[in-house]
Design a protein around this ligand. Sequence first.
Ligand SMILES: CC(=O)CC(=O)SCCNC(=O)CCNC(=O)[C@H](O)C(C)(C)COP(=O)(O)OP(=O)(O)OC[C@H]1O[C@@H](n2cnc3c(N)ncnc32)[C@H](O)[C@@H]1OP(=O)(O)O
Ligand SMILES: NC(=O)C1=CN([C@@H]2O[C@H](COP(=O)(O)OP(=O)(O)OC[C@H]3O[C@@H](n4cnc5c(N)ncnc54)[C@H](OP(=O)(O)O)[C@@H]3O)[C@@H](O)[C@H]2O)C=CC1
Length: 284
Amino acid sequence: MKVEKIMVIGAGQMGSGIAQVCAEAGYSVLLNDLKAEFVERGLGVIGKNLARQVEKGRLTTTQKEEILGRIAASSDIQDSRGADLVIEAAIENMEVKTKLFAQLDELAPDHAILATNTSSLPITEIAAATRRPEKVIGMHFMNPVPVMKLVEIIRGLATADEVYQTIESITERIGKVPVEVEDFPGFVSNRILMPMINEAIFTLYEGVASKEAIDEVMKLGMNHPMGPLTLADFIGLDTCLYIMETLHEGFGDDKYRPCPLLRKYVKAGWLGRKSGRGFYSYES
Ligand SMILES: CC(=O)CC(=O)SCCNC(=O)CCNC(=O)[C@H](O)C(C)(C)COP(=O)(O)OP(=O)(O)OC[C@H]1O[C@@H](n2cnc3c(N)ncnc32)[C@H](O)[C@@H]1OP(=O)(O)O
Ligand SMILES: NC(=O)C1=CN([C@@H]2O[C@H](COP(=O)(O)OP(=O)(O)OC[C@H]3O[C@@H](n4cnc5c(N)ncnc54)[C@H](OP(=O)(O)O)[C@@H]3O)[C@@H](O)[C@H]2O)C=CC1
């Protein structure tokens, strides 16, 4: 299956990273969000990342401009009419994703593959919102996308082998390592990572140690590059909560209950690094 044009839906931290790595690999990319200003913000992040690569001597200014030239801005879902592959990276909410997939199914060409970067939601359920479930697949990148090598690839119940193989080869072309996992809540990555983060939040909630101490234990004691509370802020506390809720509901097991402190922070709008405040405060 030939893929030349990729549309990325959602220009947040994941969508902009995905657009960047696809454009670096030579694909023609359309970066879409609800409003033009959100796309501009995403393009700004990509521009900064590429400028850093130029400073480090890894890219020439011409190459940087060529990569940026391959990314077009979109705030109209109708633009999916020209896409061979759509990678959806909007918020982690089943209603939002199923609505988007139903619309994309109407608009995108028949041959187009519809992939989702969901971090926990069932691919089969998202696929069921379309009339092409054989062309729907999970393509789960890690944050920060330009740095992290892994892409979990998740088949829905009906995903065709040819679609899996196309996504696997695109993943390799953009310099990432594909790992196939089954369609269960949280897949492998977040089934293991998120309960650890949730437990770290419970540890803070119960007053076992300060946030700095919890992070220090996991950094120095377990060689994690970031402590779990710093990582939660980095991922986004809203996304962490959505994932815990998906695990809780999907497995029906109380061991996945989200910590009340996580809920409280999200309700307060303390979403972590992206909102300027989470467990820690960040300058904008
Ligand atoms: C929730 C989900 O569904 C799944 C997930 O994604 S879970 C989250 C998975 N991600 C992680 O666990 C990340 C854990 N943290 C890390 O690996 C590291 O802290 C980190 C890579 C983010 C930063 O590394 P560091 O050594 O502390 O910082 P730093 O030296 O500044 O950066 C290392 C490199 O990453 C790059 N980098 C750091 N942050 C970046 C970002 N946001 N975007 C692009 N590049 C970035 C830097 O430019 C630098 O590049 P070079 O080595 O090529 O010069
Ligand atoms: N953060 C992480 O570490 C990881 C996240 N993911 C997954 O990637 C997805 C995106 O997460 P992330 O980038 O962190 O989130 P962000 O909040 O940074 O970005 C989401 C973007 O999608 C936009 N959006 C929301 N609804 C729509 C819509 N209907 N159409 C187009 N755009 C829309 C949002 O706009 P607005 O600001 O207006 O809401 C926002 O700009 C989620 O499914 C998440 O689970 C996967 C791997 C890692």
